[in-house]
Design a protein around this ligand. Structure first.
Ligand code: SF4
Length: 334
């Protein structure tokens, strides 16, 4: 076991309602973090049929995420473990130490359908703990050896460590890579995503993956009303993404599910109190931004995307000449 001697106690099975818990670990290298090492019984999760997600299977080596994005939609899942959706989500991370072995056994079964598997849809597989636990290489090998297509969405620059493996895997199965980069203002980025690598570091990772031959999708989401939806911010974002060699861009407005909503609104009250009333009005009755806002945002982003040569279709597109910007001013919606 890694970090022997730094365990904070062999936890009783069933702690946090989680069978398979082996021990909890703290180390000076990860100040303020506790890792709960568990032996998982299964690795593949089936996405509920009612979900709008474009994949049926996911693998999540970690629960909780040290990237600590204030808006993270997965926060509420920590309450299932008797942990809270705020600070605990950021600092108490469950590590499925045997996930690669279990996954290999699952995808080796004759009945395995080899449907695409998505990583990074709940918590980030390249969060800081991955530097120590190194679960992703085994996962990549298991999927690739079983001829299972897969995708990875991350904010972690640690992805670069595995690029060679991913290139080899892509010779055997379709592999899709996406990097999430929502904020192109360094100060705001560190405040709203305090545990993440910088925007510049993530753009450099996009460049490295593109140079390795991948058509990288950049997720510009969530866009934060009144903070990152300005023409200036979007223009800088799309220019930087284009410069980094991304093939396509996916964007979306802030979505505030229960758990994330309370945590995010506390942050807004602290950091941007002038926006408190507007955010509360926007997200009073729904997790989604109002339809009028989303329509307005779509119109604005579409123009700026085209201006930077992204048509919205996946795959690398040639830079087009930049048309003059004709954009509607932001309406006072709330
Ligand atoms: S990187 Fe993803 S999973 Fe991790 S805190 Fe941020 S939004 Fe959540």
């Amino acid at each position: 076991m890694r970090w022997s001697g730094q365990s904070v106690g062999d936890a009783a099975p069933g702690l946090f309602g989680m069978a398979g818990l082996v021990r909890s670990v703290r180390t000076p290298e990860f100040a303020g973090m506790t890792f709960h090492e568990v032996l998982a019984k299964s690795a593949l999760n089936r996405v509920p049929a009612a979900s709008a997600m474009p994949f049926e299977w996911t693998v999540n080596p970690y629960r909780g995420c040290s990237h600590a994005c204030v808006y993270c939609f997965a926060r509420n899942t920590h309450t299932y473990l008797d942990l809270d959706a705020g600070k605990d989500f950021d600092s108490q991370v469950v590590v499925k130490v045997n996930v690669a072995e279990v996954l290999r056994a699952e995808v080796s079964k004759p009945k395995w359908s080899r449907q695409p598997v998505a990583l990074g849809t709940n918590t980030d597989p390249y969060q800081r703990a991955e530097g120590r636990y190194q679960l992703m290489p085994g996962i990549i090998e298991a999927l690739s050896d079983s001829r299972t297509p897969f995708s990875i969405l991350t904010k972690g620059t640690l992805l670069r460590r595995d690029l060679g493996m991913l290139v080899a895997a892509a010779d055997r199965v379709p592999v899709h890579l996406a990097m999430s980069i929502a904020v192109y203002d360094d100060e705001l980025q560190q405040r709203v995503e305090p545990g993440t690598p910088t925007t510049a570091a993530r753009l450099a990772t996009v460049r490295a993956a593109a140079d390795a031959g991948f058509d990288v999708d950049v997720f510009v989401m969530p866009l934060l009303p009144y903070l990152t939806d300005t023409v200036d911010h979007l223009d800088r974002a799309f220019a930087a993404i284009r410069e980094a060699g991304a093939a396509s861009v996916t964007y979306g407005a802030l979505h505030l599910r229960p758990g994330a909503k309370e945590w995010f609104l506390q942050w807004i009250d602290r950091e941007h109190p002038q926006l408190s009333a507007r955010y509360r009005a926007m997200y009073r009755s729904s997790s989604s931004a109002p339809e009028a806002y989303r329509r307005w945002l779509k119109e604005r982003v579409s123009v700026i995307k085209r201006r930077h040569g992204f048509s919205g279709k996946p795959g690398f597109e040639r830079m087009r000449s930049a048309p003059a910007l004709k954009l509607a001013p932001q309406p006072t919606l709330f």
